[in-house]
Design a binder for this molecule. Structure first.
Ligand SMILES: [Ca+2]
Ligand SMILES: [Ca+2]
Ligand SMILES: [Ca+2]
Length: 280
């Protein structure tokens, strides 16, 4: 139905305002390895040319230009850094990080957030980004939520720009909706979801509520040399939303129209910055 509306709007020539910043939301999308990422075209070799991928398999958050909060109510750590001998099913890594997509990620590692007060798992998790050597904040920021802290509460993600403005207000999800038909057991990778944002003016931080473990933090500046097929997949990914608010849905549809009109390749290249759609 959404697609029908999208193409109907195209046919009618509806034109959104395409003159300033562009914001595009991706997900929630099932994820078993980086091959499932809508940013895969930019995940090359962590050279900084495209998208950095942090999979936490070395026990650290140590890809460039990102850190956990150094002050505040919580701090981040990998699950195995916190407890080198966790219970057998404790770690909720992306499935493919142990070398095989086989229905569990228990042998990998993932990121969690610890309360400085209780030293238990925090409700809040944060990633802060610094400008790179060219003074540029990442335009793409996403990750994979691999476990909710409380399945009876919504998982929320908020991205902020350098001025502290919220860039997208509708990333709130019921984790129970991510379970496959028939339900899921502990650590079932079928519940893992990639969620990401593109913002043409740069992203300075990502804050999550009610995410107990995450993995495959990915962020960067461009998706170099994207194929036309990849661009179409990427654009489609932006519409795989399970949003609850029709206003947000309509907004994303208009953003999609902007992308279509301006050309997907141009929209995803570095030349885009400062040229396009206002989101909110
Ligand atoms: Ca690392
Ligand atoms: Ca991992
Ligand atoms: Ca596995």
């Amino acid at each position: 139905m959404k697609k029908q509306f999208f193409f109907a709007a195209m046919a009618l020539g509806i034109t959104p305002d395409c003159r300033s910043a562009t914001t595009i939301f991706f997900g929630p999308q099932q994820y078993f390895s980086e091959q499932d990422s809508p940013f895969i075209g930019g995940i090359v070799d962590n050279t900084g040319e495209g998208i950095y991928l942090e999979n936490f398999e070395d026990g650290e958050l140590n890809t460039p230009f990102v850190s956990g909060p150094s002050v505040g109510p919580s701090f981040g750590t990998t699950v195995r850094s916190r407890n080198p001998n966790p219970e057998p099913t404790r770690v909720r890594s992306v499935d493919g990080d142990d070398g095989v997509i086989d229905g569990d990620g228990f042998n990998g590692d993932a990121w969690t957030s610890i309360s400085r007060v209780s030293f238990g798992v925090s409700q809040w998790m944060e990633f802060d980004f610094e400008p790179n050597d060219q003074g540029q904040l990442p335009l793409f920021v996403g990750l994979v939520v691999t476990q909710a802290r409380d399945v009876d509460e919504e998982i929320e993600l908020s991205w902020f720009d350098a001025d502290g403005n919220t860039l997208f207000r509708d990333a709130e999800f019921d984790p129970r909706e991510w379970a496959p038909p028939g339900g899921s057991g502990p650590g079932d990778p079928r519940v893992h979801r990639f969620i990401g944002l593109y913002h043409s003016e740069g992203i300075e931080s990502l804050v999550l509520f009610n995410a107990e473990q995450v993995d495959h933090l990915q962020y960067g500046y461009s998706i170099p040399e994207p194929t036309s097929t990849g661009l179409l997949v990427l654009a489609a990914g932006g519409f795989l939303l399970r949003r609850k608010r029709s206003a947000a849905r309509n907004l994303l549809l208009l953003l999609g129209i902007c992308f279509w009109r301006e050309g997907l390749e141009a929209a995803l290249g570095p030349e885009l910055r400062g040229e396009k759609v206002v989101s909110e």
